[in-house]
Design a protein around this ligand. Sequence first.
Ligand SMILES: [Zn+2]
Length: 442
Amino acid sequence: MTLQRKITYRMYPNASELDALERWRGLHCRVTNTLIEEHRRRHEAGEKAYSFSAMCKDLTAWRGYVDALRDLNAQSLQVTAKRVALSFDAFFRRLKSGDAPGYPRFKALQRFGGWGYKTYGDGWKLLQPEGQHGKVRLSGIGTIRIRGKGRFSGTPKTAEVMCKGGTWTLSVTYEVAQEALSRQRGSEAAAFDWGLDKLLTIAKADGTLEPVDNPRWLKSKLDAIKALQRTVSAEEAKAQLGLAADAPLKKGQRLPVTAKLKRLYAQVRALHGKVARQRHDFYHKLTAELVKRFAFLGTEALAVNNMSCAPKAKHDPDQPGAFLPNGAAAKAGLNRSILDAAPSMLLGMLRAKAAEAASVFALADTRKVKPTQRCHRCGALVKKELNDRVHRCACGCECDRDENAAKTLLRWMLEGDFWPGTGQTGSAFMAEWPSETPPIAG
Ligand SMILES: [Zn+2]
């Protein structure tokens, strides 16, 4: 049995390598936009959709007469075409199902991520002891110093070169034998609820609670981003003033980007990148620690996509064409916090690590178990609004909302059938557990 695992290395290009990386990124961005344009043209002319094989054929032809493209790795161009194909597949799928999807957009160079390689040895090669710091040779670009390591060794398969917030990374997917990934299995059992104020509230099988707070640096970094954003806004206002006295920008007219603004934008991008990297690192350490301690872990499967999508526009029935306030501003703030907490990243890491330790990671169906509403003591549903922080049940149970949710999830995981009418049980997971497991304290 083999599993796929990614290691992301930070790249340290020298000046000429950086030039080449930027040039390649620009070319891949232009290829992407050219392919999108041809897609649109065909779609608008009612022609047959632009298939992946047709794109690859065109790419081969373009390479014949565009010198710049000839330097690029042929497979990496196919990977770029594949990405465009996937975004159009999703577009047509949504169109078919009756949605009104937005057309795949042209990509701005500043936001364009990078490119990929699909076969090891074709255009890229690692020069390093496996999983250690070293170098990567990218044909046509150079031999670039990289840093980063994983806790396993494996066979490199595919790679992605990415630029985010001014930092270049190489993300390599390895095929790894399952044995090479095995982790020490914990012995305790617990379930947790995740939140925005408190990252995790862990209810342990011995009856105690353990909160895990968001790290302090996160708060200070977010404050720093906010402060920087204010400077940017002030500078943008100045740029606009210089443009035309108190006149709003006309449609299609763009702010002149001063040298100072350019510098500020780069600072904002760098800070966002730093927060993302630090959080990623923090989550890795936290999830490794949890898996080391707990053989059984449970939480609820959250439909994050539903929680963070934009609220629907509300039409004003009295005034056709006008809109009523729909709480978009309030929701935007909440969205940001949800994204900051990045629960899906946390749960994904836990799932992978629990598999490596062969321990149980159980996800409750939120709609059936309703951990926030359900009383952990008696199982009754107690309706709560988003800002009700306390659980108060007719059975006399009174505790913090997050504590109740975590304890409800724990009971679901350990007892399953205890919950009348939930129709979902955690005990299915328990059946897979080998019988020599020590009994869990109630
Ligand atoms: Zn109760």
